[in-house]
Design a protein. Structure first.
Length: 350
């Protein structure tokens, strides 16, 4: 059983910043996310997309924003459960909660902060009749461990940032990488498109456009794919096929927790603290709704700060909390010493 003060469901920008605000108030956080790494859409869908409405940053790349947030929360040492989805909610007599994931992990928390962005993500699958036969047998919709592709033949399908970024990254370790897209034009960042073009020109990857995968072949695992190009079918031997066509957001099992839902978003009391109809459960960021809601990262940051001060009052009844500016108080970790976070050891996002 994992025990924490605040369980944050969702590891995107709003969820990560919640750790910082909670840490200033000496509250411990645990982050639960269905994705394999923190960062939410910023990492999974558009790690190289520029963002222009973060205060003090005229422009910041989405992946860099996540790196900075992870660096910012390091002094507060959050714990993580990644690659798992919140499934079941139980409320105890003392007002605390137990959340059980789809993999059986149990997390006990005094406060729950749902910061799930647009919800859990399910992969958008290509229309191939037997694709489910090869799932986890050569078909993958998300990449969790790049080392799995060492010296392997990998086919990636897609035209967005994820497809381009993983093509670039895996070209360094795979035996061969083939990128397939149904159009000649790619939707990703210009520098990523240029990098893929350079790798193609150098003969380090193959790019097939316009084309699409129509059939999968193999016995106990994927052995080859059929690609349609100009009405003709071509067979390509491969170890892996990774269709990266984006992710479909859904609230998932959370929608059955008894929360007030409106248009696939969770209704909250925005006049006070962004609490839901269940006391002790808050919803912040894009996952919530209220009159005048703006779906901006900056709005989520504000909601996180307000929510944490409300949570502090619930966890410390009768204890007055005085707001202190960090310019005066500095940043203290849980060991009581002031800390300056060192350079993160996160993996490079190409």
């Amino acid at each position: 059983m994992i025990k924490t003060d605040i369980l944050i469901i969702g590891g995107g920008p709003t969820g990560l910043f919640t750790v910082f605000e909670a840490g200033l108030l000496k509250m411990k956080c645990h982050i639960l996310d269905s994705l394999a790494q923190p960062g939410g859409q910023c990492i999974e869908l558009y790690p190289k997309k520029p963002i222009y409405d973060i205060p003090a940053y005229p422009e910041i790349i989405a992946g860099d924003l996540i790196k900075n947030l992870l660096e910012q929360i390091k002094p507060f040492d959050p714990s993580y459960t990644l690659g798992e989805t919140a499934l079941k909610l139980d409320k105890h007599d003392d007002g605390s909660f137990k959340v059980t994931t789809d993999k059986g992990t149990e997390i006990q928390a005094k406060i729950i902060s749902i910061a799930g962005g647009l919800g859990t993500f399910t992969p958008r699958k290509p229309n191939i009749s037997n694709i489910t036969d090869f799932e986890d047998k050569g078909i993958m919709y998300m990449i969790k461990d790049p080392s799995e592709f060492n010296d392997k033949i990998v086919v990636i399908a897609g035209g967005g940032d994820s497809a381009l970024d993983w093509t670039i990254h895996l070209s360094k370790i795979a035996k061969k990488v083939i990128l397939i897209h149904r159009r000649n034009e790619f939707r990703g960042a210009n520098d990523s498109v240029a990098s893929v073009q350079k790798l193609k020109d150098l003969g380090k990857i193959d790019v097939i456009t316009p084309a699409q995968v129509s059939k999968l072949n193999g016995k106990n695992k994927l052995e080859s794919i059929i690609v349609e190009v100009d009405g003709k079918e071509n067979q390509i031997v491969t170890d892996y096929f990774i269709p990266l066509f984006g992710l479909i957001p859904k609230l998932g099992p959370i929608k059955d927790w008894g929360l007030n839902i409106e248009n696939n978003a969770i209704k909250v009391n925005n006049s006070l603290d962004y609490q839901t109809n269940i006391e002790g459960i808050y919803a912040i960021g894009d996952v919530n709704t209220y009159p005048g809601k703006l779906k901006l990262i900056l709005s989520g940051f504000h909601e996180a700060a307000v929510m944490c001060h409300s949570a502090y009052s619930k966890l410390n009844p009768g204890k007055k909390n005085t707001l202190k500016y960090t310019t005066v108080s500095g940043i203290q970790g849980f060991d009581g010493s002031k800390k300056v976070a060192k350079k993160s050891q996160l993996s490079k996002i190409d």
